[in-house]
Design a protein around this ligand. Structure first.
Ligand code: PRP
Ligand code: URA
Length: 211
Protein backbone atom coordinates (compact mmCIF):
# COMPACT_ATOMS: atom_id res chain seq x y z
CA UNK A 1 0.00 0.00 0.00
CA UNK A 2 1.45 3.42 -0.90
CA UNK A 3 1.97 5.90 1.92
CA UNK A 4 0.85 9.52 2.07
CA UNK A 5 3.57 12.14 1.65
CA UNK A 6 5.30 13.67 4.66
CA UNK A 7 6.42 17.20 3.78
CA UNK A 8 8.68 18.96 6.30
CA UNK A 9 8.66 22.68 5.58
CA UNK A 10 12.04 23.81 6.88
CA UNK A 11 12.15 27.25 5.27
CA UNK A 12 14.37 29.61 7.33
CA UNK A 13 11.40 31.80 8.27
CA UNK A 14 9.55 28.73 9.53
CA UNK A 15 12.50 27.54 11.61
CA UNK A 16 13.01 31.01 13.11
CA UNK A 17 9.36 31.47 14.05
CA UNK A 18 9.17 27.94 15.45
CA UNK A 19 12.07 28.69 17.81
CA UNK A 20 10.22 31.76 19.13
CA UNK A 21 7.04 29.69 19.48
CA UNK A 22 8.74 26.96 21.51
CA UNK A 23 10.30 29.45 23.97
CA UNK A 24 8.57 29.12 27.34
CA UNK A 25 8.96 32.89 27.82
CA UNK A 26 6.87 33.71 24.72
CA UNK A 27 3.59 35.20 25.95
CA UNK A 28 0.07 34.55 24.71
CA UNK A 29 -0.27 37.39 22.21
CA UNK A 30 3.07 36.71 20.52
CA UNK A 31 2.36 32.97 20.57
CA UNK A 32 -0.97 33.56 18.81
CA UNK A 33 0.64 35.81 16.18
CA UNK A 34 3.39 33.26 15.51
CA UNK A 35 0.89 30.41 15.07
CA UNK A 36 -0.97 32.50 12.47
CA UNK A 37 2.22 33.39 10.61
CA UNK A 38 3.41 29.77 10.60
CA UNK A 39 0.00 28.62 9.36
CA UNK A 40 0.28 31.03 6.41
CA UNK A 41 3.75 29.76 5.53
CA UNK A 42 2.59 26.14 5.72
CA UNK A 43 -0.54 26.92 3.69
CA UNK A 44 1.72 28.08 0.86
CA UNK A 45 3.23 24.57 0.59
CA UNK A 46 0.05 22.65 1.35
CA UNK A 47 -1.68 24.36 -1.59
CA UNK A 48 1.16 23.81 -4.06
CA UNK A 49 -0.86 21.25 -6.04
CA UNK A 50 -3.93 23.45 -6.59
CA UNK A 51 -5.04 23.25 -10.19
CA UNK A 52 -4.87 26.20 -12.58
CA UNK A 53 -6.65 27.10 -15.78
CA UNK A 54 -5.73 29.43 -18.61
CA UNK A 55 -6.80 33.05 -18.42
CA UNK A 56 -6.05 36.34 -20.12
CA UNK A 57 -5.74 39.73 -18.51
CA UNK A 58 -5.23 43.21 -19.93
CA UNK A 59 -2.16 44.82 -18.41
CA UNK A 60 -1.54 48.55 -19.03
CA UNK A 61 0.79 47.40 -21.84
CA UNK A 62 -0.72 44.35 -23.57
CA UNK A 63 -2.80 41.21 -23.19
CA UNK A 64 -1.12 38.65 -20.92
CA UNK A 65 -1.84 34.95 -21.33
CA UNK A 66 -1.81 33.77 -17.75
CA UNK A 67 -3.33 31.40 -15.17
CA UNK A 68 -5.96 31.52 -12.45
CA UNK A 69 -6.99 28.95 -9.86
CA UNK A 70 -9.48 26.58 -11.45
CA UNK A 71 -12.05 27.26 -8.76
CA UNK A 72 -11.71 23.94 -6.96
CA UNK A 73 -13.59 24.07 -3.71
CA UNK A 74 -11.48 24.06 -0.56
CA UNK A 75 -12.27 23.69 3.11
CA UNK A 76 -10.31 24.14 6.32
CA UNK A 77 -11.11 22.18 9.47
CA UNK A 78 -9.45 23.18 12.73
CA UNK A 79 -9.40 20.58 15.48
CA UNK A 80 -10.65 22.53 18.51
CA UNK A 81 -9.28 24.17 20.41
CA UNK A 82 -5.72 24.69 19.27
CA UNK A 83 -6.44 24.31 15.55
CA UNK A 84 -8.48 27.53 15.75
CA UNK A 85 -5.22 29.43 16.09
CA UNK A 86 -4.22 28.42 12.54
CA UNK A 87 -7.43 29.31 10.68
CA UNK A 88 -6.88 33.02 9.98
CA UNK A 89 -3.31 32.36 8.84
CA UNK A 90 -4.54 29.77 6.32
CA UNK A 91 -7.48 31.93 5.24
CA UNK A 92 -5.18 34.83 4.44
CA UNK A 93 -4.03 32.80 1.40
CA UNK A 94 -7.28 30.97 0.59
CA UNK A 95 -10.04 33.38 1.64
CA UNK A 96 -12.78 31.57 -0.29
CA UNK A 97 -12.33 28.35 1.71
CA UNK A 98 -15.21 27.29 3.92
CA UNK A 99 -14.45 26.42 7.55
CA UNK A 100 -15.71 23.37 9.41
CA UNK A 101 -15.04 22.67 13.08
CA UNK A 102 -14.31 19.40 14.85
CA UNK A 103 -14.11 19.46 18.66
CA UNK A 104 -11.86 16.84 20.23
CA UNK A 105 -9.91 16.74 23.47
CA UNK A 106 -7.48 14.16 24.70
CA UNK A 107 -8.48 12.24 27.79
CA UNK A 108 -5.49 12.91 30.08
CA UNK A 109 -5.46 9.30 31.37
CA UNK A 110 -5.98 7.27 28.19
CA UNK A 111 -4.71 9.95 25.73
CA UNK A 112 -7.63 8.89 23.49
CA UNK A 113 -9.57 11.65 21.72
CA UNK A 114 -13.04 12.47 23.03
CA UNK A 115 -15.31 14.21 20.52
CA UNK A 116 -17.66 16.99 21.61
CA UNK A 117 -18.50 19.05 18.52
CA UNK A 118 -18.78 18.81 14.74
CA UNK A 119 -20.05 21.34 12.22
CA UNK A 120 -19.04 20.93 8.59
CA UNK A 121 -19.95 22.83 5.40
CA UNK A 122 -23.01 21.18 3.76
CA UNK A 123 -21.08 20.44 0.56
CA UNK A 124 -18.03 19.08 2.41
CA UNK A 125 -17.94 15.89 0.30
CA UNK A 126 -17.20 18.00 -2.82
CA UNK A 127 -14.37 19.94 -1.21
CA UNK A 128 -10.66 19.28 -0.81
CA UNK A 129 -10.22 19.54 2.95
CA UNK A 130 -7.24 20.67 5.03
CA UNK A 131 -7.24 19.71 8.72
CA UNK A 132 -5.20 22.06 10.90
CA UNK A 133 -3.88 21.47 14.41
CA UNK A 134 -0.56 22.78 15.81
CA UNK A 135 0.32 19.45 17.47
CA UNK A 136 0.45 15.86 16.17
CA UNK A 137 1.37 13.79 19.24
CA UNK A 138 -0.01 10.22 19.44
CA UNK A 139 -2.00 10.93 16.28
CA UNK A 140 -5.29 9.97 17.93
CA UNK A 141 -6.95 13.36 17.41
CA UNK A 142 -5.83 13.66 13.78
CA UNK A 143 -6.98 10.13 12.98
CA UNK A 144 -10.37 10.80 14.59
CA UNK A 145 -10.70 14.09 12.67
CA UNK A 146 -9.87 12.40 9.37
CA UNK A 147 -12.38 9.62 10.20
CA UNK A 148 -15.10 12.28 10.64
CA UNK A 149 -14.32 13.85 7.25
CA UNK A 150 -14.21 10.49 5.47
CA UNK A 151 -17.56 9.49 7.01
CA UNK A 152 -18.92 12.78 5.60
CA UNK A 153 -17.74 11.70 2.13
CA UNK A 154 -14.48 13.66 1.74
CA UNK A 155 -12.00 12.08 -0.63
CA UNK A 156 -9.11 14.52 -0.67
CA UNK A 157 -7.81 15.36 2.81
CA UNK A 158 -4.53 16.95 3.92
CA UNK A 159 -3.22 17.36 7.45
CA UNK A 160 -1.20 20.44 8.46
CA UNK A 161 0.60 20.54 11.82
CA UNK A 162 3.32 22.75 13.24
CA UNK A 163 5.12 20.12 15.36
CA UNK A 164 4.78 16.36 15.01
CA UNK A 165 6.11 13.38 16.95
CA UNK A 166 7.37 10.41 14.91
CA UNK A 167 4.78 8.23 16.71
CA UNK A 168 1.91 10.45 15.50
CA UNK A 169 3.14 10.54 11.91
CA UNK A 170 3.43 6.76 11.83
CA UNK A 171 -0.04 6.30 13.34
CA UNK A 172 -1.71 8.66 10.83
CA UNK A 173 0.14 7.12 7.87
CA UNK A 174 -0.94 3.65 9.00
CA UNK A 175 -4.60 4.58 9.59
CA UNK A 176 -4.94 6.92 6.60
CA UNK A 177 -2.26 6.21 3.98
CA UNK A 178 -4.03 8.46 1.47
CA UNK A 179 -3.55 11.63 3.58
CA UNK A 180 -0.51 13.85 2.97
CA UNK A 181 0.98 15.44 6.10
CA UNK A 182 2.66 18.89 6.13
CA UNK A 183 4.68 19.85 9.20
CA UNK A 184 7.19 22.51 10.22
CA UNK A 185 9.24 20.08 12.32
CA UNK A 186 9.41 16.45 13.41
CA UNK A 187 10.47 16.34 17.07
CA UNK A 188 12.20 13.57 19.04
CA UNK A 189 9.49 11.61 20.85
CA UNK A 190 6.57 11.68 23.28
CA UNK A 191 7.02 11.75 27.06
CA UNK A 192 5.05 9.60 29.53
CA UNK A 193 2.17 12.11 29.48
CA UNK A 194 1.90 12.09 25.70
CA UNK A 195 3.55 15.50 25.32
CA UNK A 196 5.89 16.11 22.41
CA UNK A 197 9.57 16.43 23.41
CA UNK A 198 10.92 19.09 23.16
CA UNK A 199 7.65 20.43 21.66
CA UNK A 200 6.18 23.65 22.99
CA UNK A 201 3.96 22.49 25.85
CA UNK A 202 0.17 22.59 25.64
CA UNK A 203 -0.70 24.47 22.46
CA UNK A 204 -4.32 25.20 23.44
CA UNK A 205 -3.37 26.58 26.85
CA UNK A 206 -0.59 28.75 25.38
CA UNK A 207 -2.89 30.10 22.64
CA UNK A 208 -5.78 30.95 24.90
CA UNK A 209 -3.96 31.73 28.15
CA UNK A 210 -5.74 29.02 30.11
CA UNK A 211 -2.78 27.95 32.22
C1 PRP B 1 -3.98 18.85 21.60
C2 PRP B 1 -3.61 19.24 20.19
C3 PRP B 1 -4.18 18.09 19.38
C4 PRP B 1 -3.95 16.92 20.31
C5 PRP B 1 -2.76 16.17 19.82
O1 PRP B 1 -5.28 19.12 21.88
O2 PRP B 1 -4.11 20.48 19.83
O3 PRP B 1 -5.54 18.23 19.06
O4 PRP B 1 -3.70 17.45 21.62
O5 PRP B 1 -2.57 15.02 20.57
P1 PRP B 1 -2.76 13.56 19.95
O6 PRP B 1 -2.03 13.54 18.65
O7 PRP B 1 -2.14 12.67 20.98
O8 PRP B 1 -4.22 13.30 19.79
P2 PRP B 1 -5.91 18.91 23.36
O9 PRP B 1 -6.47 17.54 23.49
O10 PRP B 1 -4.89 19.31 24.38
O11 PRP B 1 -7.15 19.87 23.36
P3 PRP B 1 -7.20 21.48 23.31
O12 PRP B 1 -6.74 21.89 21.95
O13 PRP B 1 -8.64 21.75 23.53
O14 PRP B 1 -6.32 22.01 24.40
N1 URA C 1 -0.99 18.44 22.74
C1 URA C 1 -0.29 19.57 22.98
O1 URA C 1 -0.84 20.66 23.03
N2 URA C 1 1.04 19.46 23.16
C2 URA C 1 1.67 18.27 23.11
O2 URA C 1 2.90 18.24 23.28
C3 URA C 1 0.92 17.11 22.87
C4 URA C 1 -0.42 17.24 22.67
Amino acid sequence: MSMGKLVVIDHPLVQHKLTLLRDKNTGTSQFRALVQELATLLAYEATRDLTLEDATVETPVATAKTKVLSGKKLGIVPILRAGLGMVDGMMSLIPAAKVGHIGLYRDPETLSPVDYYCKLPPDVSERDMIIVDPMLATGGSAIAGIDVLKRAGCKNIKLVNLIAAPEGIEAVQKAHPDVDIFVAHVDECLNDHGYIVPGLGDAGDRLFGTK
